[in-house]
Design a binder for this molecule. Structure first.
Ligand SMILES: [Zn+2]
Length: 478
């Protein structure tokens, strides 16, 4: 057994073949090598490079006859000789021995798996199971449900990647609930679905736990409803986020100088409103986790993505009691696109009443800079705040007050700090000017900042108190 020259962790595996496959020896040996390279790439990407250094197989045998493969596998594993293996069962890696049928038989017996590099991926798949066990330090029982460990191997090997299927939320749930073997294409799709919700290391770590299905449900609906801590729940308030990548607590989860790295705006707001008898819903945008930002996800959060998420959350909010929208800063552009006819009241803080172009210009930006943004790629980031695509979508929006025009009976509370340096307080007055027949109450806070606080901090007590007082009065008289 030798390493391939210059390639650490890529091993030449002695290969036994029937005479009929000898003419293909070179191709098959090459497939064994490329499978290892494929798996090594996957391991390197995920911080498991050390775990692929040692070889996964000491020898390999490829059969040109399915019955001979079955018999060899049964002999190797010591299984009951009368065991019937399914037609699609095409490869295994047990006790350091890789066994498989030939690429042609694999294709014939399992046409669903047919794709570029299918055989090489099959080899990588079997090795991926072994890698999975190494990650778990040998604890095979911790590999989780069948769909999960097969999904892991499918993903690691890159199977079903070229024509991925999309599963509905119900189909995903079906896969998660399944205990018997099912479609590998679906396993792959379900696994990749959850990869969009949580890091692979986290999934692997949790898969063996009893609460794994609960965990998956939670990350699938990435919002948090905290309940009223006093009296009967009066209704539900949705906290719509501003532009920055805030985590679910309202903190930017990376180090930096901005005040938003040190506060927990949404958590504090939720606590305060809970204590006034409101249920509160908060969330994080895709790609923002408690302690990190995944820019590969976050840079795709354009307006459509944000609104998909917000509408999904809105539809989950109990509709028998009042549903109230609280939105802050850039989030006020998103609040206006929620189903306003279903809302009982809207509260806007540091709100944009006209359009984002006005805000950029007021912050000292120039028309030239706006032009430059139009030339950027949609997934290019504008600082840490947002991808260019989102801003481009917003630049194309009508003035924000126009979205409220059709809802004159929707009570609106406009809150603005007079010293707001992000969205000028002049925006606050526009609401009443443009919507003269609406029920709009305006509260301007002298020396207040963008968070209704002073200096670098929010003023949660003043915010929640003002909101509670206004809601109590407004909903009663509605
Ligand atoms: Zn497998």
């Amino acid at each position: 057994m030798t390493c391939v020259r210059g390639e650490k962790g890529i091993h030449r595996i002695p290969l036994a073949l029937p005479r009929s496959l000898e003419p293909r020896r070179e191709d098959l040996e090459e497939a064994l090598l490329s499978a290892q390279r494929r798996l090594k790439d996957f391991a390197d990407r995920n911080g498991w490079a050390d775990l692929v250094k040692d070889r996964f197989a000491d020898q390999a045998e490829i059969f040109n006859d399915k019955a001979e493969f079955d018999a060899a596998l049964i002999r190797l594993t010591g299984a009951d000789p009368s065991t019937k293996l399914p037609k699609t069962y095409s490869a295994a890696l047990e006790k350091g021995v890789f066994l498989s049928v030939s690429p042609r038989l694999y294709q014939e017996n399992y046409p669903q798996g047919s794709e570029d590099g299918a055989f090489e991926k099959l080899v990588a798949h079997e090795m991926a199971h072994r890698l999975h066990i190494r990650i778990l330090k040998g604890d095979e029982d911790a590999m989780g449900p069948i769909w999960f460990y097969e999904g892991f191997a499918i993903h690691a090997a890159g199977q079903f990647e070229t024509l991925p299927i999309r599963l509905s939320p119900e189909e995903i749930q079906e896969v998660v609930d399944s205990a018997t073997r099912g479609s590998y294409a679906k396993y792959g799709a379900a696994f990749r679905h959850f990869l969009e919700k949580a890091p692979i290391q986290e999934l692997v770590k949790r898969a063996g736990g009893k609460d794994f299905p609960d965990y998956l449900r939670r990350i699938d609906r990435p919002f948090l409803l905290t309940q009223a801590t006093k009296g009967d729940c009066k209704g539900t308030i949705l906290l719509v986020q501003g532009s920055a990548p805030f985590n679910i607590d309202g903190r930017i989860p990376v180090k930096g100088r901005s005040a938003y790295h040190n506060i927990e705006f949404y958590r504090d707001m939720a606590d305060a409103l809970n204590s006034y008898g409101w249920d509160v819903v908060r969330y994080a945008k895709p790609g923002v986790y408690k302690d990190r930002i995944d820019l590969n996800e976050y840079d795709k959060t354009d307006l459509a993505t944000i609104m998909r998420q917000l509408n999904a959350i809105w539809n989950e909010m109990p509709s028998r009691k009042p549903r109230i929208i609280f939105a802050w800063s850039e989030g006020t552009l998103h609040a206006s696109r929620l189903p306003l006819s279903e809302a009982s009241a809207v509260i806007l803080l540091g709100a944009i009443s006209t359009n984002i172009r006005d805000v950029i210009l007021a912050q000292g930006g120039s028309p030239k800079e706006i032009k430059a943004i139009r030339k950027m790629g949609r997934e290019e980031m504008l600082g840490i705040d947002r991808p260019a695509g989102r801003l481009l979508d917003e630049l194309a929006m009508a003035d924000n007050w126009r979205f409220f025009e059709k809802h004159p009976d929707l009570p609106m509370l406009i809150l603005h700090g007079e010293e707001d340096t992000e969205v000028p307080a002049s925006h606050a007055k526009t609401w009443k000017t443009m919507l003269p027949r609406h029920r709009i109450d305006l509260v301007l806070k002298p020396s207040g900042n963008h968070m209704f606080g002073v200096a670098q901090s929010p003023d949660i007590a003043a915010l929640a108190g003002t909101i509670q007082g206004w809601l109590a009065e407004t909903l009663q008289t509605k």
